[in-house]
Design a protein around this ligand. Structure first.
Ligand SMILES: *Cc1c(COP(=O)(O)O)cnc(C)c1O
Length: 389
């Protein structure tokens, strides 16, 4: 079976992890700050906080932006559930904004309209999570303009998009958002096994996320509450100043991430090459191919197609036929508002028609840096066999 995505582990990766295993620190050593500094430098962000998953990074980002009970977070329905769940961890409400059918990202016009109505009702969101679906960045300048007008904060869920850029500016530079989150799960662009990172240009947000990552404990005198200190406190002294978590990344993971980061540019170039080959080979089939926008370099985490009306078969039949042909196609994503957990919170089918329409036609084709051209042509042949008329 040709999978839809998979990691690549090289000799250099193995050596990097082995070096940590034979060192003095398996966790809380030098590899995590080195990985944080390298990612921050690569994307042009001032601060980076490495954690054990992007899910944890989203949670910390919401906490650092003071999301709590009575607050609202809005995001796209076409995403992994974690983009919405982060609000629920904080006791806040979730709502969704329909997608733009062309980019398949949260639609800025739909957001503007929803904000206008919410303002009248006194129900504006505190945070909007912009998801760069498949690796293609959202229209961040448009979202930033709305954030300025309506006073919400912006998190970029860039779990799919490390290595992507807009007008040459890397996703993660944070020019239009408060915090950007990357995932290092094995199906994503680079991996640490499990892992994630939150990037920001605001030192106070970075400090807060770093503290919450490790139980809410600080050893920095400037952060401590002086009233609780006493005369005999020595070098061992620390304070827990709020309720945090153990969301730390290990040095083993960070060493793997650092080694993988060396290949980020090669990975994006290879993914771009494979995406261009799909674009060309599939152009005449009844499929809507991924959008290409001037100035936008996608990270091509996913190659997402949608069956067009002209297709003579439905998505389920096509999916099954391709799986039988050994092609590990997938579907991204079941709209989050249709999940039983969110249905119980009151969401219902029909609320986000563009998202639901996209989902009903969506198919994710195999795409990863080690996908060979022969294997890719096997995917194309199987699609031709099912769809060519
Ligand atoms: C994978 C993913 C996450 C969660 O990442 P983890 O590192 O597995 O926690 C969050 N958001 C999106 C859009 C994702 O694809």
């Amino acid at each position: 079976m040709i999978p839809y995505g998979r990691q690549e582990i090289t000799e250099a990766d193995l050596a990097a992890v082995q070096a940590v295993l034979q060192s003095d620190w398996l966790t809380q050593g030098p590899a995590v700050p080195a990985f944080e500094a390298a990612v921050a430098r690569r994307v042009g962000a001032a601060h980076a906080v490495a954690v054990n998953s992007a899910t944890s990074a989203l949670h910390l980002a919401c906490l650092a932006l003071d999301l709590g009970p009575g607050d609202r977070l809005w995001t796209s329905p076409i995403t992994f559930v974690a983009s919405a769940n982060c609000a629920r961890y904080c006791g806040a409400e979730v709502d969704f904004v329909d997608i733009d059918p062309h980019t398949r990202n949260l639609c800025p016009q739909a957001l503007a309209e929803k904000l206008r109505i919410a303002e009248g009702q006194g129900r504006l969101p505190k945070i909007v999570v912009a998801v760069h679906f498949g690796g293609l960045a959202c229209d961040m300048p448009a979202l930033k303009a709305l954030a300025g007008r309506y006073g919400f904060r912006l998190i970029e869920d860039a779990s799919h998009a490390i290595g992507a850029s807009v007008a040459g500016v890397p996703v993660g530079a944070g020019q239009a958002s408060d915090i950007t989150v990357f995932s290092f799960h094995p199906v994503k662009i680079i991996t640490t096994g499990e892992g994630g990172m939150a990037l920001t240009n605001q030192p106070e947000l970075a400090r807060r996320m770093a503290c919450l990552r490790s139980h809410g404990i600080t050893r920095e005198a400037v952060e401590m509450e002086a009233a609780f200190r006493s005369e005999g406190d020595g070098p061992w002294y620390y304070q827990q100043i709020e309720l945090g978590f153990n969301y730390r990344m290990t040095d083993l993971q960070a060493a793997l991430g650092l080694s993988q980061l060396d290949r980020l540019d090669d990975y994006i170039a290879r993914r771009e090459q494979l995406a261009a080959a799909y674009d060309q080979a599939l152009a005449t089939l009844p499929l809507v191919l991924p959008a290409r926008l001037p100035g936008y370099q996608s990270a091509w985490h996913l190659y997402l197609v949608a069956l067009s009306d002209a297709a003579g078969c439905d998505r389920l039949n096509l999916f099954n036929a391709l799986r039988e042909a050994g092609i590990g196609v997938n579907v991204h994503y079941i709209p989050v508002h249709l999940q039983p957990y969110y249905r119980r919170l009151g969401f219902a089918p029909g609320q986000y028609p563009q998202a639901e329409n996209y989902y009903s036609r969506a198919l994710t084709l195999p795409l990863y840096p080690t996908l060979g051209s022969d294997d890719q042509m096997q995917v194309v042949s199987a699609l031709n066999a099912e769809l060519a008329t």
